[in-house]
Write a protein that binds this ligand. Sequence first.
Ligand code: FAD
Length: 402
Amino acid sequence: MNDKAIDRVLIAGAGPTGMVAARYLAGEGIPVTVLEASTELQKDLRASTFHPPTLEMLERFGAAQYCIDQGLICPLWQFRDRQQGPIATFDLGLLADITPYPYRVQCEQWRLNGFLREELKQFPHAEIRYGCRTQRVKQDNNSVTLTIDTDDGEEDIQGRYLIGSDGAASGVRKSLGIEFEGMTIPEAYLTLSTPFDFQQVLDDLADVAYLSDPKEWVVLLRTKSVWRVLVPTSADTTDEQITNAAQVQQRLQSVYPRDTDYEVVHRTAYRVHERVAKQYVKGRVFLAGDAAHINNPLGGMGMNGSIHDAMNLCEKLTAIWKDPSIPLDTMTRYERQRRKVAIDTVQAQALRNRQILNETDQSKRQAYYDDLKAIVGDNERHRQYLLRSSMIQSLRDLEDVQ
Ligand SMILES: Cc1cc2nc3c(=O)[nH]c(=O)nc-3n(C[C@H](O)[C@H](O)[C@H](O)COP(=O)(O)OP(=O)(O)OC[C@H]3O[C@@H](n4cnc5c(N)ncnc54)[C@H](O)[C@@H]3O)c2cc1C
């Protein structure tokens, strides 16, 4: 085998995970080839929340300031009841002593992808190939061979390592036969955006709000140009039915009734799963981001956790790339650390948020509300809650995982 041909890291997928990994490794002087199935930058409506530690990580690439400039700084977020109004408003400003970013930044994830794509151009040893769909993975003691599907047919491409960051339906994960354990959530989500300003009509509405209701919960998130609206819907309906124009108007009218139709900028039906891959590391291949774990979006942890994976993985991979005496199996610490976060933090918090929003029993809902009110009423508990919900605690806990 030609050593030069394998002297690079292959990265499947140019989403936030793959692009952060590519930028990290390229910045360390490590050659990277990113293989992306689509032919252009996708501008679809997905994650839009950047938590404080993610911004700290992105600072390394100049991307934190870019997201701030393109996005909206939101120190406050809240739980509300659709009838009663605000229940508990959390203030990330309480963490100003431990992070330079004591707020969430609301900025669409595709903007970060676009920024990193431009950034990669400065590195002659970094390339992105579009229209390349990962099919099969083989590996031996020195290299990984990835078979990709292109317009010109199948092609084998080699590297020293492979990062599988090709999203929830990861071809890399499937090819390795790694189980994606978990469940499918029994409802689908409809995500919409509109320029209508809900703060003009809903009292004391924070820029990020989770509205509980026994019949239909709602999440309202403000970005620089639009309000995003997330509502649950029956999983038995097709995507076309869920995003049908009349249906979309009805859902928005139920959030706040108006005499006129809402202007709708985006609408997407979104099927939600709670799954974590049984293995993140198999020899020279590493899974990260949605390829390794997916969860409901309530808490805005999916993309954030994915970026945290990429940073953790690349730090370790850089160490073994630069010092061949470090054994490959030190990479399994990446799996132990990040798999634990996926289960104990991301999944647990997203499920708990869903439970609060979905609760139909009046006395149980009241108990959740009382607890949330008590938390924000007590400075120390408020702070502890923020440390967990902003994912700072999950990063601190990693040190204990050997
Ligand atoms: C419709 C939708 C809405 C969402 N909304 C929210 C939200 O509101 N809040 C939240 O926190 N999270 C949300 N998420 C989740 C969030 O977008 C993901 O956690 C985040 O994108 C993970 O980044 P990633 O890079 O791991 O995966 P992705 O962003 O999925 O990127 C994977 C990349 O790999 C490419 N790819 C796929 N298959 C192949 C293949 N076989 N070969 C090569 N390339 C391939 C894809 O084209 C894509 O560019 C949403 C996800 C979806 C699908």
